[in-house]
Design a protein around this ligand. Structure first.
Ligand SMILES: Cc1cc2nc3c(=O)[nH]c(=O)nc-3n(C[C@H](O)[C@H](O)[C@H](O)COP(=O)(O)OP(=O)(O)OC[C@H]3O[C@@H](n4cnc5c(N)ncnc54)[C@H](O)[C@@H]3O)c2cc1C
Length: 392
């Protein structure tokens, strides 16, 4: 199994696409000194659920839209459609968008449409390039869809369909991922811990019980993560007795985690401190953009692009999260019985309903499913209950 197959949450295929690709990406035995420190069990109780959120990933079979279009007297640089990878690729994708926006020189002002992961990073990068930036958006954090993400480094989660992206996309993706990786490193150790390394454990009693329920229609999603093997830690297999889980097979992976509440706040504050402005606006058709004073716009409307640009290539991929009260003493992730848990500072994310990549595909229903949320919390309760017994 490779790192990508391990990953869940943001939506990497889990347990269903775990063919090893090359030795460096294979699971390795943990070093003897790498035994798991005592882990506090997650208090997975239905009465500790304080909210359920649903979000739509803006997926495009051909990858994100990043071309430049002329609308009236405006140059519009598109930067939307990042599927389950929007946070992970944000800085890289936005740096390409800003390059295009400023191409030719002489640009003094840029308007950014959207205030999610892509809008905020585009705005900050344009600002850092020396131009005056205004963000126009219908919602800002915490009301944007980006605020409802799991918060993991998942740069090739539902980013394209295999064979549908342009030939140059894998190289472009690699560049975007590496640029983002480097930028997120600069947020480690920052007050509020917007970005942090955390361990996740995949706990299994055998492969068969762990398969996600897939819909009959199966699409093959593009996988690029192996090109990042040189910068990513490997997945480790933990020997029995070195961990507290009541399971035959346990693996561990260290991953970059985005504490999204704090990260969004840091990004908004940085933008405002540098003189940026955020204005409430809703654009119903491209013609509405004519009212803006800027000649150059970066379009970061995420799933909203489907309606704004009548772009039916943007497919919704629904994802639901149940939130448990935070536990600072239990800062880790868990993958168990088709549920992904991530104990973030702003809440414990329990991503339910199946974590295979087809889950939620073409489903635009953003209403919460409480029964599914409770079911996932109970699965984790079953595991953590036994974990507690073993630790006593
Ligand atoms: C359950 C779930 C878990 C996820 N986990 C991860 C993860 O762990 N890691 C990861 O990298 N990604 C993850 N994602 C994917 C990530 O959330 C998206 O790729 C990302 O949110 C897209 O960001 P965005 O800025 O393009 O869109 P949004 O956050 O939706 O922002 C769009 C902005 O545009 C504005 N807007 C839209 N239309 C208009 C309009 N017509 N007029 C004015 N304003 C408009 C909105 O108000 C908003 O401000 C997850 C997604 C889901 C659903």
């Amino acid at each position: 199994m490779n790192r990508r197959a391990f990953l869940a949450g943001g939506g990497a295929t889990v347990f269903t696409a775990c063919a090893p690709r090359k030795p460096s990406a294979a699971i390795v035995p943990a070093a003897p000194l790498a035994a798991v420190p005592p882990l506090a069990p997650i208090r997975a109780q239905v009465d500790r659920m304080f909210r359920i959120t649903v979000c739509l990933r803006p997926f495009r079979a051909q990858g994100p839209r990043m071309d430049v279009e002329t609308v009236g007297d405006k140059r519009v640089v598109h930067n939307y459609g990042h599927g389950g990878s929007g946070w992970s690729l944000s800085w890289g994708s936005s740096s390409l968008a800003v390059e295009k926006a400023l191409e030719g020189g002489g640009v003094r002002e840029v308007g950014v449409i959207g205030c999610g992961a892509l809008g905020l990073t585009s705005a900050l990068l344009a600002q850092r390039a020396g131009v005056k930036v205004t963000i126009y958006a219908k919602e800002r954090p915490p009301d944007v869809r980006s605020a409802r993400a799991t918060g993991l480094w998942t740069p090739d989660s539902r980013i394209a369909l295999a064979g549908h992206a342009p030939a140059n996309f894998p190289a472009l993706w690699d560049r975007m991922a590496r640029t983002s990786w480097k930028m997120y490193e600069s947020y480690l150790g920052v007050a509020g811990d917007p970005v942090e390394w955390m361990d996740s454990y995949m706990v299994s009693n055998g492969v068969s019980g762990q398969r996600s329920q897939q819909s009959p229609q199966q699409l093959e999603f593009a996988k690029y993560n192996q090109s990042l093997d040189d910068i990513l830690p490997q997945v480790e297999r933990l020997a029995p007795g070195t961990h507290p889980f009541p399971a035959k097979v346990v693996s561990r992976m260290s991953n970059l985690t985005f504490h999204v509440a704090s990260l969004s706040r840091v990004l908004v504050n940085d933008f405002l401190i540098e003189g940026g402005r955020i204005e409430h606006a809703e654009f119903r058709t491209p013609n509405d953009l004519a009212s803006l004073p800027q000649r150059v716009l970066i379009d970061c409307t995420g799933y909203g692009a489907r309606a704004l640009w009548s772009d039916e290539s943007v497919v919704p991929v629904r994802g639901q999260i149940a939130w448990l009260i935070p536990q600072p003493e239990a800062r880790y992730g868990l993958i168990y019985d088709n549920v992904f848990v991530l104990s973030r500072r702003d809440g414990i994310v329990v991503q339910d309903g199946g974590i295979g990549e087809m889950e939620g595909y073409n489903n635009a229903d953003e209403s919460p499913d409480r029964a599914a949320a409770e079911n996932s919390v109970r699965k984790i309760a079953a595991l953590c209950g036994q974990m507690a017994v073993r630790q006593r």
